[in-house]
Design a protein around this ligand. Structure first.
Ligand code: PLP
Length: 394
């Protein structure tokens, strides 16, 4: 017997649930890619992406996932042999660095930890040692989707600035843009990147990059540039060049609708919705943890992301729980990856999420814990309900 039917719910950190409006926005014929509607669509999206990144700098849209957008950032500002400093807080900045190494950069990892966020003072100390300015760029993620860490980009930006070191600061916002505040210009970020399929509620397939004037100056001399990623190639009046070829028309329809929805809700409201739902998840996990099996991967409460929660499992197989939730109840939980492979599961709460989706997911996890006899503190979902009841307001 199962209690699953109808739509499977994806509680995974991407691709996330797409709103029906976004799906429907794609159900129409393609545009003439040389038409004025096409040009207007592109221009409106590039302007709105720069607003989402909170930058006066330029934005670029690539037909690519996040890995592609990583490569876009690297190829536009690095030259062969340049040194890149990777700020570790889990899996994703490391992956960005691996791409850079494969492309011919020299990569140094500022050792971090899977259980905590990047420490701004450690970044500062490393940069102060680099008196000859051999480090050309620094990469960090705002949210590490594997560990669940939230990095304080503002604090890291300040630490970099305090040293006077000229390295470019590049930030991955794939698992945070549209969900948690991000202020590219105010926080001293030179290059930011993101993707369509997480907080932005759009099908996978679009990668976004924003660059400021400092990044553009470095770009002019960078020798890892290749035609598809090259910002310069995408400038000029010819619309066709904005995508280095045919525009991904339907994905752009979807993105337009998703950003319209975010603007209707109000970005601040979307951030607050994420904060409330994330805290509801954390209340549940805190109660479950009393059973000594489940726990938060990220030790410090203020370093936990509002978009994904990584839950460790001590002495029990997370795969069995995931299988139960999916096959019996139609909820797909995220898998533990990297160092947490086989030791954790993840609950995503990013993008098009609401109270029934999150409370339903928590309820299903509790059903699974009960069915499989996994020890856990009782009343996790109840604690989430109480939290929302006390904080959403009448
Ligand atoms: C998902 C993710 C990526 C990779 O994106 P893909 O679209 O899967 O290539 C990169 N960085 C972060 C923080 C992510 O969450």
């Amino acid at each position: 017997m199962t209690v699953r039917a109808g739509r499977e719910f994806l509680a995974i950190p991407g691709p996330t649930t797409m709103p029906d409006e976004v799906l429907q926005a794609m159900h129409r014929p393609a545009l003439d890619i040389y038409s004025s509607q096409m040009v207007e669509l592109t221009e409106s999206l590039l302007a709105d992406l720069s607003k989402l990144f909170a930058t006066k700098g330029k934005s670029y849209i690539y037909i690519a996932n996040g890995h592609g957008a990583w490569e876009a950032t690297l190829s536009n500002v690095l030259s062969r042999g340049d040194k890149l400093l990777v700020l570790e807080s889990g899996r994703f900045a490391i992956g960005w660095g691996q791409a850079a190494a494969a492309m011919g950069a020299e990569v140094e990892v500022l050792k971090g930890d899977w259980r905590r966020a990047v420490r701004a003072d450690e970044v500062e100390a490393r940069l102060r040692q680099d008196k000859d300015h051999t480090i050309k760029a620094i990469v960090a993620v705002q949210v590490d989707t594997a560990s669940g860490a939230y990095n304080d980009i503002e604090a890291i930006g300040k630490a970099i600035k305090s040293t006077g070191h000229p390295a470019l600061f590049m930030v991955d916002t794939v698992a945070s843009l549209g969900c948690m505040p991000f202020e590219m210009d105010k926080w001293g970020v030179d290059v930011a990147m993101s993707g369509s399929q997480k907080g932005l509620m759009t099908p996978p397939g679009l990668g976004f990059v924003a660059a400021n004037g400092r990044a553009w100056e470095v770009h002019k001399k960078a020798n890892l540039r290749t035609p598809y990623w090259d910002w310069t190639e995408r400038e000029g009046s010819e619309h066709y060049r904005k995508y280095a070829g045919t525009a991904p028309v339907h994905l752009l329809f979807a993105l337009r609708k998703a950003i319209d929805m975010l603007q209707t809700e109000g970005l601040e409201n979307a951030f607050e919705r994420h904060r409330l739902l994330a805290e509801a998840v954390r209340r549940a996990v805190a109660v479950w943890s009393e059973g000594q099996v489940l726990g938060f991967n990220i030790a410090e409460a203020n370093e936990r992301s509002n978009t994904v929660t990584t839950v460790t499992m001590n002495g029990h197989d997370p795969a069995a729980l995931q299988r139960y939730c999916k096959e019996k109840c139609g909820v797909v939980l995220g898998t533990g990856i990297g160092e947490l492979s086989g030791q954790a599961f993840r609950i995503a709460h990013m993008g098009h999420v609401n109270a029934p989706m999150i409370l339903g997911t928590l309820g299903v996890v509790e059903v699974g814990l009960t069915a499989l006899g996994i020890p856990h503190g009782r009343g996790g979902t109840e604690a989430a309900i109480e939290y929302l009841g006390e904080n959403v307001g009448a």
